[in-house]
Design a protein around this ligand. Sequence first.
Ligand code: ACO
Length: 346
Amino acid sequence: MAVEIIGTGRAVPDRKVTNQELAGRIDTSDEWIRSHTGIGARHIADENTASSDLGAAAGLQALSWAIEKGAVAELTPAELALTVDVLIVGSTTQDYYGCPATACIVQNKLGVKNAAAMDITVACSSFICGLEIAAALLNTEPRRRRALVIGAEVLSKITNWEDRSTCILFGDGAGAVLLEKTPDNPGTAGNVGRGLLRTILGADGSGWENLFVPRGGTRAPWKKGETVDDGATVVMNGQAVYNFAVGAITDTIAKMMEEEHLEIDDLKCIVPHQANARIVQAAGKRLKIPEEKFYLNLEEYANTSSASIPIALDELNRSGALQKGDLVMTVGFGAGLTYGGNLIRW
Ligand code: ACO
């Protein structure tokens, strides 16, 4: 069976924090941030907003898109929500760490009452991984038909706003896709089959200490009476993550192209995880892929972790840049360290 994307959505907070605004608070500059990352701004959630709020808003948009565009025209969003069998939320910034799954909170907000709900927590690779797991869950049970896959993050709440080497990188937001199982045979990338054609997933746990949040888990839980002045935010070895990322993206694209017998012209575009434009440029240079082939929006949103790829897919979809039949590849990396990519016939 094919598993197609029939709806996309996104939600980003209204408040936009430019590089100039950050430069007014910490020792940095618009020039440094742009030249080292390609980032121009980030959207930041207010104090009361959690990942499930943004995730549910993006999910509702994905449901509404499928209705507006006629994929399921006869249903209201609430009725369509009841037909969703699987709800997956990818998040590095769950509403409550580990318990309960943020997906359960999103399920309640959206009325996706008949769905199994679960979180995927492989950082920025979560959406790529979630797509594959959702497709697998649809394919292993004939009665499952639709899945909602969401990436949702409020990274601003685990960011140290005094650390200029990390705080410039991250932003908040959510993206979502609605998947439907259809009788078409997806076949291989070379033929006309639609939907999710192939996923590559991997991890190198030896690098976990290069990007993590030190406190709050079972290794170093908070102690009674302790004040939260250290350890609650992301710490990162930027250079190590950079080197891993360039290698992982290069290898994933090369493997996908080779094993699926693709030429670069077969692809409408590559949607990379939006972490740093220099990472994408370095990978593109190694593979001799022109820069224009990569869709980048990190100038506007910075790195929204698991939300970055579905936000980009929604932008491409709503702008009409992706049309039925187009071949698109996602590729990403994240804490763990993890990596992966999807090949999708739109
Ligand atoms: N403004 C001005 N100067 C800065 C800033 C800043 N915001 N940050 C660092 N610098 C300074 C450093 O102090 C250093 O100064 P020095 O030479 O006097 O010591 C100089 O700039 C160079 O610093 P580097 O760390 O070598 O800068 P680099 O070019 O490596 O860029 C960066 C740093 C942007 C963090 C890069 O390493 C990177 O993007 N790494 C990957 C990070 C990433 O993608 N993380 C997300 C992973 S996804 C997930 O799972 C969430």
